[in-house]
Design a protein. Structure first.
Length: 153
């Protein structure tokens, strides 16, 4: 599979994956997000990770999830959801992509995904993953996640 190139603020988020809280890469990602709204520690008993520390940035539509002290997943809501605002700069998240970008346009921009479902696509970027969930009505981007593993763990 050829390596996919991607640019924009998403690269700062991807670079933070696999890092511990307080590292320069995580702090660079957090600098894009403003103030933490809520911080939770949840023993989850997941397939790979046991304890999850989640930083919620509800005013910026973003959550950072650390599993066993490693940043495993970042979820970015580009449209408001219940209790969450939208990411403040959706047009800067992925260069060449904005709120009006349709699924078909994104597929043209990023190439064929590794996995596809009726409401989402998953691309592999090196050893990391980019997951895009689409809005049901318009078929435009609703949520973007970057993850260490394709199952989010």
């Amino acid at each position: 599979m050829p390596s996919m190139t991607i640019s924009g603020e998403i690269t700062t988020l991807i670079s933070a994956l696999g890092e511990q809280p307080g590292t320069a890469a995580v702090e660079a990602a957090q600098a894009l997000l403003g103030q933490v709204t809520e911080q939770r520690l949840t023993p989850k008993g997941g397939m790979v990770k046991k304890d999850w520390l989640t930083y919620e940035y509800r005013d910026e539509g973003t959550a950072l999830s650390f599993g066993d002290d490693e940043l495993c997943k970042i979820v970015v809501r580009v449209r408001p959801e219940s209790g969450w605002a939208a990411y403040p700069r959706p047009e800067k998240l992925i260069d060449g992509v904005d709120l009006a970008t349709t699924r078909e346009e994104l597929l043209t921009r990023l190439g064929a995904p590794k996995k596809t479902r009726p409401d989402s696509d998953l691309w592999q970027i090196g050893r990391r993953f980019l997951h895009v969930r689409y809005t049901p009505a318009a078929g435009t981007i609703g949520r973007i996640s970057v993850m260490m593993r394709s199952n989010g763990q």
